[in-house]
Design a protein around this ligand. Structure first.
Ligand SMILES: [Zn+2]
Length: 332
């Protein structure tokens, strides 16, 4: 739903197809199918009543009217401020609003299966890194960083990066950092870990004064309770270029080192690219090689989780010389 009309989502399956094709063409490491995890692992991040809703939502929607099978479900009412959010109404539309933050993220027939597959992908990447891999990239779709413990929005349903971080904690990494590089603030991830000292969250993003998600992502959000000083936001104005963005990245990496992170989760949104249709930074294709070098210098076992990025066909190099050589693949 955009400006009063139903329009196609920018978040489409072709995004993953493009990335997968490039990964295979450039031989950037082994491509593996994620393992399927038991649903109970999702409770490390999400609430039971939210998961129950997501799992049954499509069947409920179609159960209201068989004609609904041909149309997506969108929320239309929300429990803002003085309304109650601890009540769980039986009405479907009421629960849809309770568990969502915007009207731009429709539920479709495949939403739950896709969200589960995305979570499996992120969890599998975390397991690979916990098992000794230097890095793993989770090609997740839908993305996850806007999803909170009990709500969806911003095309996100399950918080893949948060699940990966929690999995790393479970497998013995005592201090995990999450670095969110998507153009949009990772409000869901921040909120999930806001009162925890074991998972440091930092995000570089478009200033929420003007950019989605608007209501979180400001510089004065530093964490609360035990999590005080374990949250750090770097809002930057629309139009920010790579020099300023990279200097900010280096500050964020310096803070991650001071935190003493033993593992890193990168929420890798590619919508910082100059050609992105719904974002406003001006990073160029070659800048991402520098970003990769800067991240590698952090020297941490790293799970990369794919988030946004809607010009994926344009962001890649057309030069086949950018592929790794056989011995580089061996060492990857
Ligand atoms: Zn984004």
């Amino acid at each position: 739903m955009f400006r009063g009309e139903l329009v196609p989502c920018f978040e489409v399956p072709a995004r993953v197809d493009h990335v997968l094709a490039e990964l295979e063409k450039r031989r950037l490491g082994l491509v593996v199918v994620p393992e399927a995890f038991d649903g109970s692992v999702l409770l490390g991040v999400h609430s039971q009543r939210y998961l129950d809703f997501l799992a049954s939502a499509w069947d409920e929607w179609v159960g209201l009217d068989v004609a609904n099978a041909e149309r997506d479900a969108l929320p239309s009412v929300w429990p803002v401020r003085t309304l109650r959010s601890e009540v769980l109404p039986s009405n479907f539309a009421a629960r849809m609003g309770l568990f969502s933050m915007d009207a731009g993220s429709p539920l479709t027939s495949g939403t739950w299966e896709a969200a589960r597959a995305g979570a499996d992908c992120a969890l599998s990447a975390a397991v690979a890194v916990a098992g000794g891999e230097r890095a793993a990239f989770a090609l997740t779709r839908p993305p996850g960083h806007h999803a909170g413990a009990d709500f969806f929005g911003g095309y996100c349903f399950l918080n893949n990066a948060a699940l990966a971080a929690q999995q790393l904690r479970t497998q013995g990494f005592e201090r995990v950092a999450i670095l969110d590089l998507d153009y949009h603030h990772g409000n869901g991830t921040q909120a999930i870990f806001y009162e925890r000292a074991d998972v440091y969250f930092t995000s570089i993003h478009g200033d929420p004064q003007t950019e989605y998600p608007f209501y979180l992502g400001y510089a004065d959000e530093l964490g609360a309770g035990a999590g005080r000083d374990f949250n750090r936001n770097w809002p930057l104005p629309r139009g920010t270029g790579f020099d300023v963005w990279r200097a900010t990245l280096q500050q964020a990496l310096s803070d991650i080192a001071k935190f003493g992170a033993q593992a890193l989760v990168v929420s890798l949104g590619m919508d910082t690219f100059v050609g992105d249709p719904i974002a406003g930074f001006t990073l160029q294709t070659q800048d991402y090689l520098q970003v990769g070098e800067d991240l590698a210098k952090a020297g941490l076992p790293t799970v990369f989780v794919f988030e946004g990025g809607y010009a994926v066909a344009d962001v890649v190099f057309s030069n086949p010389g950018m592929s790794l050589k056989a011995e580089e693949v061996e060492n990857f």
